[in-house]
Design a binder for this molecule. Structure first.
Ligand code: COA
Length: 205
């Protein structure tokens, strides 16, 4: 890890020993920093925008404290039964350490992982979603011996569908009435990127 990058992380309030134990991912102009309770106050404003939740069951956090509680649980990094890794990152721009989103991977080591992602509404369409998601996918394939990465996406969520298709994920299944939230049924596509497809085509541009 280079010194400038390390200094930036320390400005985020992280101690050097914490940084060396964690997996912070560098991705072009972004850094994916393992999510901590202390990130709640930084992320609260961007995550309060209701437009982020049009096609996902979650809702905006009502208070910073609510977000802190959620992140305290996620900080542990595993499901309560220990079978899954719950990996979460806060995404920052490295130029000015502005928070721009969150990334999530639910990992079953040696098997597969489900991914999810939210990027601040203010910066949609500038490539942060794709850059951060690609970096997360590369990281989990490289680290956890996965056969596949999966995303379940509401069929109306054309931004998310457009983004993951540019990363090589392919629709393998249509799930009618997969979920029901905000008063409406949600149909979903299951998108999958196999380990072999990832290895063969790491540059999808
Ligand atoms: C989905 C989301 C993360 C995309 O983030 P983003 O930073 O705007 O995405 P990018 O700028 O990296 O766009 C990547 C690609 O997505 C596609 N895309 C982006 N906006 C699009 C649009 N309006 N229409 C169609 N495709 C679009 C394009 O292929 C784009 O590539 P391009 O820039 O070369 O055209 C963001 O819209 C978001 O946070 N949505 C709310 C949360 C959510 O629904 N998460 C997904 C749960 S499954």
């Amino acid at each position: 890890m280079d010194e400038v990058f390390l200094a930036g992380l320390m400005c985020r309030g992280l101690e050097p020993e914490q940084i060396s134990e964690m997996t912070t991912i560098k991705a072009e102009s972004l850094a994916l920093v393992p999510l901590r309770r202390s990130h709640a106050s930084q992320l609260y404003t961007i995550l309060s925008d209701p437009r982020l939740y049009d096609f996902i069951p979650d809702r905006p956090p009502e208070t910073i404290e609510e977000l802190e509680q959620r992140y305290s649980l996620l900080e542990k990094g595993t499901s309560p039964d220990g079978r899954e890794l719950w990996l979460n990152w806060a995404v920052f721009t490295t130029a000015d350490w502005r928070p721009v989103g969150i990334m999530q991977a639910t990992v079953r080591r040696g098997i597969d992982a489900d991914i999810a992602y939210i990027i601040s509404r203010d910066v949609w369409g500038v490539g942060y979603g794709r850059t951060a998601t690609r970096a997360m996918i590369d990281h989990i394939f490289t680290t956890y011996d996965l056969q596949a990465v999966r995303a379940l996406v509401d069929t109306r969520n054309y931004r998310s569908i457009g983004m993951i298709e540019t990363l090589g994920l392919k629709p393998v299944r249509f799930i009618r009435n997969a979920d029901h939230f905000k008063g409406e049924a949600s149909d979903e596509y299951e998108f999958v990127l196999s380990y072999n497809d990832w290895r063969m085509g790491r540059n999808f541009d």
